[in-house]
Write a protein that binds this ligand. Structure first.
Ligand SMILES: *Cc1c(COP(=O)(O)O)cnc(C)c1O
Length: 456
């Protein structure tokens, strides 16, 4: 860099110099230039509202944004100095416990996202399993965890980080979620738990959670096997209670001991917020809770992180009180209606078919694939054409094993994709196909250079 380079008279220094990199600059720069530098680099990123790959919130109301900006200096973990933030966090936990039909008082915590919540929930399963084994005088070795290949990567990450054998149930091209018949052969006395998904990242459908609960109940009664379930409701936890309230997937089922949900997905808050809720306080092992008094007062913590912002917790409380049950239901109904309309329009182009059972309960998204495999282009081509023509970020990806011969595309319908934009998107998808019909797709060799992602 640069600062030997005098600022150009009509603009900032970075019109002629490259951005600082590799080492801390010797001297600083005016605030306006630093701002301009960062803003000018951000134009290379995608526009969040065109990011239809992500489940994460891309728009909040101005009043919610005010809550966020007003509280940026507040450290969430500093319960002694910010007791009201801690109280508001617990209000949110209690509301979620109630929403998920906890039978009585519950406990839980705010996390950085569902990933941290899943690590903590799965650690609790491991601790409880070890305690049961030791109490029965049995060896607590070789723990395993059972889940389908339709889970998010965090479940395998947990197994590797915390030394648990993953027992992953493969999918089939015609079956993209799991049920009791898939789980049963994998469960034994070393199983710390079963993880089931409410709203998979791949197609937005749910595992047969009630069926798995019935299986675990039978194993308990017939074989004395105590195998609890954790429900990964990262996306579905804010969708099912409002769109499918009569479908039991939560604490209405006896085996469900803990649930995670992402506040920053359909919880409608910007990134940096998840929740872990236990069925009862006893489901959280005491020795995973740490008591410390660094910050002025004896305090209990159950987290992998420590300091973090309070803003998103307060923003979640804002959305809870602002929308209430009725408001969340209204928002989810709109998203569902827009997703259905978009699905119809995409099918009506004649090029695509939907993936999975369109009659099944699903997140507000559209998962689709090209109808004929032998055309001159594939889903990756459609994704890059759509990005080139209109800047839409729609991912193309292959499904997990053993459905990995299937490539699909997926559009998340969020509040930033209103009716007209959804109509425009459908027309843009048809146009991208029309372009590709004329020019064809990329060759295999070129394709490796094209970046696509599944989004999160
Ligand atoms: C997004 C997601 C996760 C990870 O959640 P983060 O909040 O991004 O940490 C885990 N499981 C499922 C099903 C998800 O959709």
């Amino acid at each position: 860099m640069t600062l030997e380079n005098p600022a150009v008279p009509y603009g900032d220094a970075f019109l002629r110099a490259s951005a600082p990199d590799g080492r801390l600059p010797d001297a600083g720069m005016p605030a306006s230039e630093a701002l301009r530098l960062i803003e000018s680099e951000m134009v290379l990123d995608g526009i969040p509202e065109r990011n239809l790959a992500t489940f994460v919130t891309t728009w909040m109301e101005p009043e919610a944004v005010q809550v966020v900006t007003d509280n940026l200096a507040r450290n969430y973990i500093d319960h002694a100095e910010y007791p009201q933030t801690a109280e508001i966090e617990q209000r949110c936990v209690r509301m979620l416990g109630d929403l998920f039909h906890a039978p009585g008082p519950t406990t839980g915590t705010r996390t950085q996202g569902s990933s941290e919540a899943i690590m903590l929930g799965a650690l609790s399963l491991k601790w409880q399993w070890r305690r049961r084994r030791e109490a029965a005088g049995q060896a607590a070795d070789r723990p395993n965890l059972v889940f389908g290949a339709d889970v998010h990567v965090v479940w395998e990450k947990f197994c590797r980080y915390f030394d648990v054998e993953p027992r992953i149930i493969p999918l089939r091209p015609d079956k993209l979620t799991i049920g009791p018949e898939d789980v049963e052969p994998h469960v034994d006395e070393h199983t710390i738990g079963v993880a089931a998904v409410l709203g998979t990242t791949f197609t937005g459908h749910a595992d047969d959670i009630a069926g798995i609960d019935a299986l675990l109940g039978r194993l308990r009664a017939e074989r004395g096997l105590e195998v609890p379930m954790h429900v990964d409701a990262a996306s579905g936890g804010f969708v099912w209670p409002f769109l499918h309230p009569d479908t039991p997937w939560d604490f209405r089922l006896a085996s469900v001991r803990s649930i995670n949900v992402s506040g920053h997905k359909y919880g409608l808050v910007y990134p940096g917020l998840g929740w872990l809720v236990f069925r009862t306080p006893e489901d959280l092992p005491d020795d995973l809770v740490f008591y410390e008094n660094y910050l002025g007062k004896r305090d209990a913590t159950f987290t992998l992180n420590f300091s973090t912002g309070a803003s998103m917790v307060l923003a979640q409380y804002y959305t809870f009180v602002r929308y209430g049950h009725e408001g969340y239901r209204g928002v989810m109904e709109v998203l569902q209606a827009n997703a259905r309309r978009l699905a119809e329009r995409i099918v009506a182009t004649g090029h695509f078919e939907l993936v999975g059972d369109p009659g099944a309960e699903q997140l507000p998204l559209v998962a689709f694939r090209l109808k004929e495999a032998d055309r001159a282009y594939d889903e990756f081509d459609v994704a890059s054409q759509l990005a080139a023509e209109r800047g839409w970020m729609v991912p193309a990806y292959t499904l997990p094993p053993n459905a990995d011969h299937t490539t699909i595309m997926r559009v998340l319908v969020k509040r930033s994709l209103g009716h007209s934009l959804a109509e425009t998107l459908a027309a843009d998808i048809a146009q991208a196909c029309a372009t590709l019909d004329v020019k064809g797709g990329l060759h295999e060799l070129d394709r490796r250079r094209v970046k696509t992602g599944t989004g999160y």
